[in-house]
Design a protein around this ligand. Structure first.
Ligand code: URP
Ligand code: ZN
Ligand code: ZN
Ligand code: ZN
Length: 463
C-alpha cells in the first residue's frame, strides 16, 4: 500500500517519455510501474506530463539589502512563487559583508529560511572578502552542507580582484567545493558608467551600453583561466549570449572543468525593453543585461550544443514602486543607482517549456535536464532531487503541455508588483506541484504552510 499513486500520466524518465504510474511512500518515489493500484491517495494525471519538480540553483531570496533590511521576496512568498511555477527546490545565497565573517550570517540565514520556507533549500556562500579569518570558517560551512562558494567579479560591495578571486578558488579546492562566478569586468563597467553619466546618458537603456558582451566575455575568459591555473572546477552564472558561451566551449574543449548556465531573460528580453517609455525600462534591468533577438537564437544554439546545460531564474526581485523598489531613488534616477535584477521563479518553467519545447527548439528530456536534473547535479542534490527514480524525493510537477496562458503578475504569486514577462503568451503550464509526496500547488492555489521546507545539505556536485 503506497501513500500516494499518480496514475495515468506520461512521465519524463531520463531520456525516455513513458506512460506509467508512480507510487510514493514516506515522501519518496517507491515505484514506477505500468499500474499502481494500492494507494491511500490517488491523483489522476491523464493527459498530463509528469516531470521532476524544478530545481532552481540561482535565486536571491530575503537577502540583506545594502541600505539595511531585507529583499521584499521573503522565504514564504518565494516559496509560493516557486510552487506556482512547478519548482520545488532552490539554492539561494548567504552574503558576506566586506570585513565580515561567514558562519554567523550562515546560521541566521538558515534560521530565517527554516521559519518561512515551503520549498526545500540550500545556500551558496558568497565570499566578498576572502580574509584569513573568513576562509578559516569554510570547513565548518562545508561540514554543515554548503557545497559551493560564489564569487562576484563586479558590483561595488562584493567584487573580487584577481588576487582575491584566486584565494577563493584555492579555498574551494582545499574544501572540495564548487565555485559559481558572476563574470563582468568591474573596472570596464565603471569606466563606461562614468563616461555615459558625464555625457548625460542616464536613462535605464544605458545600463545595457555600460555592460556590453565584451565586458562579460573578458571576465568569463579570465575566470576560466584562473580556475584552470588553480585546478578548481567553476560554474559561470547567467551567460547572456553565445559570444560568452564560446569561451566556455573553448575551455571545455581543452578539458577544463567549467560549466555554464543561462536564464529565461536571455532568451526572451532584449536591451530594447530597457528603452520603454518613462522609467518602465527599469523593470528589465539585470546584469548581465538582456541583449538582442539574435542573441536569443545564439543562446538556444549553445543550449543545443550542451555548452550551456542548465537554465536557472536568477530570481532577484525588486518591486517597481516602493521604498525598496526600482524607483526608490526617483523616476529620473540614473541607471547606475537602480537595483539590478528581475523576478523569474514562477516564470522559469513555463517560459522555457513554451519557448523551448512548444516551439520545437528542444525536446522534453532536454527541458527536464535544463530546469531540474542538471541544476541538481551541479548543486550536489542529485539523485535526491532533479529526477524521477525509485528512492528520489517525490518532487513532481504535473504539466499541462497544451494549456495556453498569458503571463500576468498575479500568476507569478511573488511579493513584488510586476513581472518582466507581463503579457507573454506561453503554451504549457503546471497543473499541480508535489513536494516530497505532498500536493503543494493545485490549479494555481498554493497549499503548503511556511516552515515546511527542508534544509538541503549539499556535497560536492558534478564537475
Ligand atoms: O541583475 C542581477 N542579476 N541581479 C542579481 C544578482 C546577480 O548578479 O546575480
Ligand atoms: Zn493504472
Ligand atoms: Zn550575478
Ligand atoms: Zn544572481
Amino acid at each position: 500500500m503506497y501513500d500516494l499513486a499518480i496514475r495515468g500520466g506520461t512521465a519524463v524518465l531520463g531520456d525516455a517519455v513513458v506512460r506509467c504510474d508512480i507510487g510514493v511512500s514516506g515522501g519518496r518515489i517507491a515505484a514506477i510501474a505500468e499500474h499502481i493500484d494500492e494507494a491511500r491517495q490517488v491523483i489522476r494525471a491523464d493527459g498530463l506530463l509528469v516531470m521532476p519538480g524544478g530545481v532552481d540553483t540561482h535565486c536571491h531570496i530575503e537577502e540583506p539589502l545594502p541600505e539595511g533590511g531585507f529583499q521584499e521576496e521573503s522565504w514564504e512568498s518565494a516559496s509560493r512563487s516557486a510552487f506556482a511555477g512547478g519548482t520545488t527546490s532552490v539554492v539561494c545565497h548567504t552574503t558576506q559583508d566586506k570585513g565580515g565573517t561567514l558562519l554567523e550570517r550562515h546560521r541566521s540565514n538558515r534560521e530565517r529560511a527554516a521559519a518561512g520556507a515551503m520549498v526545500d533549500y540550500g545556500f551558496h556562500q558568497i565570499v566578498a572578502d576572502p580574509s584569513d579569518a573568513a576562509l578559516a570558517e569554510i570547513p565548518a560551512l562545508a561540514a554543515d552542507g554548503i557545497g559551493s562558494l560564489k564569487a562576484f567579479l563586479t558590483y561595488d560591495n562584493v567584487h573580487l580582484d584577481d588576487a582575491a578571486f584566486l584565494r577563493v578558488l584555492q579555498a574551494a579546492k582545499r574544501n572540495g567545493l564548487m565555485v559559481h562566478v558572476h563574470c563582468e569586468n568591474y573596472d570596464a563597467i565603471n569606466l563606461a558608467v562614468s563616461t555615459l553619466l558625464a555625457n548625460g546618458c542616464t536613462a535605464p537603456k544605458f545600463h545595457a551600453l555600460s555592460r556590453p558582451p565584451v565586458v562579460e566575455r573578458e571576465a568569463t575568459a579570465r575566470a576560466i583561466a584562473l580556475a584552470e591555473l588553480v585546478g578548481q572546477p567553476i560554474h559561470i552564472f547567467h551567460v547572456s549570449c553565445a559570444e560568452v558561451a564560446e569561451e566556455i566551449a573553448r575551455a571545455q574543449a581543452r578539458g577544463v572543468a567549467v560549466k555554464g548556465e543561462t536564464c529565461p531573460q536571455y532568451v526572451t528580453l532584449t536591451a530594447d525593453d530597457m528603452d520603454r517609455p518613462g522609467f518602465e525600462g527599469a523593470k528589465f534591468m539585470c546584469s548581465p543585461p538582456p541583449r538582442t533577438a539574435a542573441d536569443h537564437a545564439g543562446v538556444w544554439s549553445m543550449i543545443r550544443r550542451g555548452v550551456l546545460d542548465m537554465i536557472t531564474s536568477d530570481h532577484c526581485a525588486f518591486s517597481f514602486e516602493g521604498t525598496r523598489g526600482k524607483a526608490k531613488n526617483g523616476r529620473d534616477a540614473a541607471f547606475d543607482v537602480i537595483p539590478n535584477g528581475v523576478p523569474g521563479l514562477a516564470a522559469r518553467l513555463p517560459v522555457v517549456f513554451s519557448e523551448g519545447v512548444s516551439k520545437g527548439r528542444i525536446d522534453l528530456p532536454t527541458f527536464v535536464k535544463l530546469v531540474a536534473e542538471n541544476p541538481a547535479r551541479i548543486a550536489g542534490l542529485y539523485p535526491r532531487k532533479g529526477v524521477i527514480a525509485v528512492g528520489s524525493d517525490a518532487d513532481l510537477v504535473l504539466w499541462d503541455a497544451e494549456r495556453p496562458v498569458t503571463l500576468t503578475n498575479a500568476l507569478m504569486q511573488h511579493a513584488v508588483d510586476y513581472t518582466p514577462y507581463e503579457g507573454l503568451e506561453v503554451v504549457g503550464w503546471p497543473a499541480a506541484t508535489i513536494r516530497r509526496g505532498e500536493v503543494v500547488m493545485q490549479a494555481d492555489v498554493v497549499l503548503a504552510r511556511p516552515g515546511t521546507g527542508q534544509w538541503l545539505p549539499r556535497g560536492p556536485g558534478a564537475r
